[in-house]
Design a protein around this ligand. Sequence first.
Ligand SMILES: Nc1ncnc2c1ncn2[C@@H]1O[C@H](COP(=O)(O)OP(=O)(O)OP(=O)(O)O)[C@@H](O)[C@H]1O
Ligand SMILES: [Mg+2]
Length: 285
Amino acid sequence: MIAAPAPLAARAALQPGAFHAQAHAAAQAAPFLRFDGVAIRLGGREILSPTSFGVARGEFVCIVGPSGCGKTTLLRAASGLVTASAGEVRRNGVKMTEPSREVAFVFQDYGRALLPWRTVEGNVSLALEAAGVPASERAPRIADVLGKVGLARHAHKFPVQLSGGMQQRAQIARCLAQKPELMMMDEPFGALDALTRQSLQDELARLVREDGLTVLFVTHDLEEAIYLGDRVIALQANPGPGRPSLARMIDVKIPRPRDQLSTKEHPEYLHLRRELFAFIEQGHD
Ligand SMILES: Nc1ncnc2c1ncn2[C@@H]1O[C@H](COP(=O)(O)OP(=O)(O)OP(=O)(O)O)[C@@H](O)[C@H]1O
Ligand SMILES: [Mg+2]
């Protein structure tokens, strides 16, 4: 059951978001990222059952689903960190077989993602050092990304001196410094308090727009998925023989820029929220 149900399709025809219509058409025609029948076996067990979908350049795709259904594994496959046992993942038409600097990965556990003995700027510098950027070019690039995430005044602090939200900003800055085409985010805001989470959601949406990034974003929070995504993909655990892990795909045709108040009162937001919750409650989560 991959396609959106009829009522959604009907609403899509009534209210086509300009960007989304283009992005979705592009994703179908020549997607930037393409999962084609991707199955993954680990430890003798099928973690991801054959799953196909495309992601257009500049699209923000959120992935939800129950714990253990393979969300992190899907991100790892999309990053070239794990190899498909069947099917293939293509980025820009090229089969992905190994990690690339054009793909950045933001982890939930920011405490462990940052090196504690390096300052914020030292942690961001890491991405540039790994990419072989000469020392003379690093300082302006570090200042640029720290400015973007609001950490300019904290460049010389160590991770332990930062709040959780600031540590996560530092990790995002490190990924942006890498100038990725594609950003994988694995429950990046899951450990943050509600207010910090909301402000980081809005900052991320702005950064993604400014840099034209393509994002795959895993979350357990269905509202976060609808708020941030151009599309939400729901995975299911143990789909059964011959069935894909991908259980549902929902287009989010809510105008951008979005904001925490008016977007969450938008009729489409409320409708999708109800639809996704009902779907998950039917036993898919
Ligand atoms: N390297 C591995 N070897 C064996 N099994 C693995 C490996 N990596 C993951 N798994 C198993 O694959 C399943 C899916 O793992 P994955 O981390 O992708 O789930 P998830 O949807 O991200 O879960 P969560 O929401 O809890 O983060 C789990 O049962 C996990 O134990
Ligand atoms: Mg996970």
